[in-house]
Design a protein around this ligand. Structure first.
Ligand code: DC
Length: 220
């Protein structure tokens, strides 16, 4: 896939600050930011609402035919719509986080999302974050970053974020959810989370947001 448009792929573990960095980069470079995790979360929300079992191939295939995901991109914020409904806030809640790794391990779900992500990145300069962007979605991305951070630091950051949104949860619960998602994301059969050989590792345990942005800008 020879492209002239520029693609920056940011992969890594859950709650490593991928989206914060990706948004800052997109803003600085005037690229489009696409949050691929939000797409898996929107599918998960649909599966939860319609009691779709990940074990039933036909149910999954039928559900995928009913699911339409759109991004509405406005300066400073992007909203995600599931069949016309703005689900940007609901997809961040714990009931979705608890189930999203199971749903995103399903082959048919991944095929549908990857195809849509590749369409979104066609002819545009984009920053996309996720788990398989540099390996599967855009193996020819111009720059690949693989983000990681201390698991305790990640859990604390996500816990504070959820508390700020009024979510009723504990640090232990958030830590467990992250550990569970890391396990499934890295061990699933379908494009597991793995660093692309040509991805640059960014460990942000001790880096603030400005330092992370500079780290990437220096490598462009
Ligand atoms: O980035 P996030 O935490 O919002 O992603 C939610 C889940 O979606 C995550 O647990 C794994 C899955 N995911 C994926 O499998 N592939 C992607 N490209 C992005 C997310």
């Amino acid at each position: 896939m020879a492209t002239t448009n520029k693609i920056i792929a940011i992969d890594g573990y859950s709650s490593c600050g991928k989206s914060t960095l990706a948004k800052a980069l997109a803003e600085r470079l005037h690229y489009l930011y696409i949050d691929s995790g939000a797409m898996y979360r929107a599918v998960t929300l649909y599966f939860l609402r319609h009691a779709v079992s990940v074990r039933h191939e036909e149910e999954v295939a039928a559900a995928l035919r009913q699911i339409h995901i759109d991004f509405h991109i406005e300066p400073g914020k992007t909203r995600i719509f599931l069949n016309g409904e703005d689900v940007s806030d609901e997809i961040r809640q714990m009931h979705v986080s608890d189930y999203v790794s199971e749903v995103s391990a399903v082959k048919a779900v991944r095929e549908a999302m990857v195809a849509q992500q590749q369409r979104l990145g066609k002819d545009k300069n984009i920053v996309m974050d996720g788990r398989d962007i540099g390996t599967t979605v855009f193996p020819e991305a111009h720059l690949k970053i693989f983000m990681t951070a201390d698991p305790k630091v990640r859990a604390e950051r996500r816990y504070l974020e959820l508390k700020a949104k009024g979510e009723d949860t504990t640090l232990e619960e958030v830590f467990e959810n992250l550990a569970h998602r890391d396990y499934i994301d890295t061990t699933r059969d379908e494009s597991p989370l793995v660093r692309a050989e040509d991805a640059i590792i960014l460990d942000n345990t001790d880096l603030n947001q400005a330092e992370q942005l500079q780290f990437v800008l220096d490598r462009l």
